[in-house]
Design a binder for this molecule. Structure first.
Ligand code: GN1
Ligand code: MG
Length: 376
């Protein structure tokens, strides 16, 4: 879609070092387009085209990312860590490519908007790092839990105000409103073919809304949250195996920290793939659940409130339910949100996530017992 020459021209809008020697696509992201930029005489960089259809306020999003990464860098420094590796580094615009209006505008130095309404951003590529699509050992899940536990702990005293980058992102009341509209609209004429799947959403509607009411009333507190903690959004140190940092901060917002636990469990504990067409491969590994919970609670057990601990295991069901809903809704809408590699892709994803949800429900008592064990 973009040739290397075009991409190299975009890179020139940013304050980078070295001469560009190559730009290649990177990663399996469902939303943005990501590239890795190699240079001679300078470091490697990540270039991203942010999806402006999904994120309506890119300047607001970049302001969030800048504020959160600055805070994290300070914390890492205080603890004697390496702020260039343990937090993302946002690359700013090259001053002489900016108009006076851009220089004045909010977050104007954090992104480049090209003539075709594409929004581009750059960050530093962190060398000596690894990312995974799937957690294959409890040791990795444990380290992942430590990583997000630490992330939340470092952000506990963040006092800035964060913009809402996607309206009602993990708000199931809003998602169900969107769902009802999608069914009524039936834009792709697919609603009648997913009766069985629709029943999965309806049968759990009430319990999910009851949970969210606790967030709405303030019984469950708001914190700074990442909101997209699946394993592929975490960088691990290739030598020690420890988490370096969480990447993809596009959805960093104020919400319940339970989202971050729940979404990680959805990702780390799945014995199959997120879009596994073979449902017999999909289940929740209780061993992986234990390992992640142990790591996470190492940092969080003294800070979480009683009600957060009480709903921690439930948050995995909540986020997985939401993911079934979002994939199914996108199928009904005709695949307008997620990148899909075939016409049935979103339906396959929804079915696989529902299987995972059923597996969590079947093991819920054990999940709760494990949370209690590591809460002490
Ligand atoms: C999307 O962009 P990516 O791949 O990190 C999505 C998440 C979903 C995830 C499912 C902004 O994440 O909410 O959980 O796909 N991000 C957005 O894999 O919708
Ligand atoms: Mg993302």
């Amino acid at each position: 879609m973009f040739d290397e020459k075009e991409l190299a021209d975009i890179v020139r809008m940013f304050s980078t070092e070295g001469a560009v020697t190559g730009i290649r696509p990177l990663g399996p992201g469902y939303i943005n387009d990501t590239f890795i930029v190699t240079t001679s005489g300078g470091p490697r960089y990540i270039l991203q085209r942010k999806n402006h259809n999904i994120f309506p306020d890119i300047p607001g999003m970049m302001q969030n990312i800048d504020a959160v990464t600055s805070h994290l860098k300070k914390k890492v420094e205080e603890e004697g860590g390496d702020p260039m590796r343990e937090a993302m580094t946002v690359i700013r615009r090259e001053r002489d490519t900016m108009t006076p209006e851009q220089e004045q505008s909010m977050a104007g130095d954090l992104y480049f908007r090209d003539g075709r309404d594409n929004y581009w951003t750059m960050t530093l590529f962190i060398e000596g790092s690894l990312s995974y699509d799937k957690a294959d050992t409890p040791g990795l899940a444990y380290k992942g839990g430590l990583g997000i536990g630490k992330f939340q702990t470092m952000l506990a005293d963040f006092t800035g105000r964060l913009n809402e980058t996607i309206k009602g992102f993990h708000n199931i009341r809003w998602r169900l409103t969107q769902w009802d509209e999608a069914i009524a609209r039936d834009a792709a004429g697919r609603a009648a073919s997913v009766h069985e799947e629709t029943a999965w959403i309806e049968s759990r509607r009430k319990e999910m809304l009851d949970f969210w009411t606790l967030v709405e009333t303030g019984a469950i507190p708001l914190r700074v949250t990442h909101n997209d903690t699946k394993i592929s959004n975490i960088l691990f140190d290739s030598k020690s195996g420890d988490v370096l940092c969480a990447i993809d901060l596009d959805t960093c917002m104020s919400s319940t920290s339970l989202n971050d636990f729940g979404d990680a469990i959805r990702s780390y504990t799945n014995t199959g793939k997120e879009d596994d067409p073979d449902l017999s491969e999909v289940s929740m590994s209780i061993e992986m659940f234990r390992a992640y919970t142990r790591g996470y609670m190492h940092f969080r057990k003294d800070s979480l409130t009683d009600i957060e601990k009480e709903y921690l295991a439930f948050s995995a069901r909540y986020i997985t339910y939401e993911q079934v809903l979002r994939f199914l809704m996108d199928y009904i809408d005709g695949d307008t949100y997620y990148k899909a590699s075939c016409p049935e892709h979103n339906l396959i994803r929804a079915r696989a996530q529902n299987r995972l949800l059923e597996s969590m429900e079947a093991q819920y008592g054990e999940m709760e017992a494990i949370v209690r064990e590591y809460s002490k």
